[in-house]
Design a protein around this ligand. Sequence first.
Ligand SMILES: [Zn+2]
Length: 451
Amino acid sequence: MILIENVAVATVDPAGTEHGDGHVVIGDDGRIIAVGSGHAGRYHGSLRRIDGTGCLVTPGLINTHHHLYQWATRGLALNETLFGWLTTLYPIWGRLDAEIVGASAAAGLGWLALSGCTTSTDHHYVFPRDGGDVLAAEIEAAQRIGLRFHPTRGSMDLGQKDGGLPPDNIVEDTDEALAATEAAIDRWHDPSPAAMLQIAVAPCSPFSVTSKLMSEAAVLARRKGVRLHTHLAETDDEEDFCRERFGCTPVEYAERLGWLGEDVWLAHGVHLDDAAIAELGRTGTGVAHCPSSNARLGAGSARVRELLDHAVPVGLGVDGAASQEASHLGGELRQALYTARLRGGPHAMDAREALRLGTMGGARCLGRQRDIGSLEVGKLADLVMWRLDGLGHEGIDDKVAALVLGPAAPVELALVGGRPVVERGELSRADAESLTREARRAHRRLIKDRR
Ligand SMILES: [Zn+2]
């Protein structure tokens, strides 16, 4: 059992309950058995007691969109649009292998944990023929760091010769991609409530995937009872592509292919008209909002206020590290608030709503809202204790405002199902130096040694 006391608590429960001086108690099964004001009651048995003075406990942050392999290709194509950036990087990604993906994923997930993330998804869609088992490599990396992991089996089957954007040598055959996706679900997906590993089905984007793969992927996911994820409405170029090739907007295209529903979450959703937002709300389709990546690529800013007003589930995502070198999920809380306010003024989003996006909003996107995303009795103890009494935060009395508006807060403790993944600002199960060394080697093998 773990008992955290003398700590500010933001539960992000439906009522938004907060405790200025409270406690959280975690049972041996890794679930929360008490959360409230003042001191905890008496507990017997072996107990780890943690003094949270100067800290704020929140639910662990949930990252709803990422491409972990991109850690090895950061700092390239620095001033490009999405399409220019992709066409620069595709040939490099064509040389990925399991060692590079494993090292990149371990570095990316370690960094995410240090930024307050306890659950991450990953959208992996590049499977070079001689690259080995890249999906297994990133799953091993997540087990090494200790994060709850929702990797997707992505895919691309629309190469340049058929009018797509990626080069032909990095796309797969449609039926092979579907078969490999089904095999990944059978091998890895754990449907249980406390699952550490769940697989989703994730063809990459309208301009890299055929309509056949999109629609058959939706059928496959529903037959298997897993979720669907893809990029949608990220840029004007994508909208032009959809209008020219399909004669409709990206959301109309998704609707036509069976790709709207409560089991779908879409990355970005930047370029959405009123009808599209209403349709996402009506169908309960989620959106992974990636404000820093959208800014890095100059893609635009999502209409998050309108999405929330239409009851669309909205989570936060750092997106791949090659389009967002910071990849700091705690920092996305502030970026989401800033982006909303730049669009809609000071009332467009407050700090608590930003925290809700990063926690419960993400849990809803991943279909895990019954078990993670808020601090409530019976839920899994995925939580972060942020240190807010140092130079950067002391004096901001509203602790949630300090977390969201202040500088990136140090993570004093991060638990996943009650098990520590970060303690006193350091990874509990891996060491950052080894991760850095392995990531450096992966980057060199992929880029430098080829020049
Ligand atoms: Zn992406």
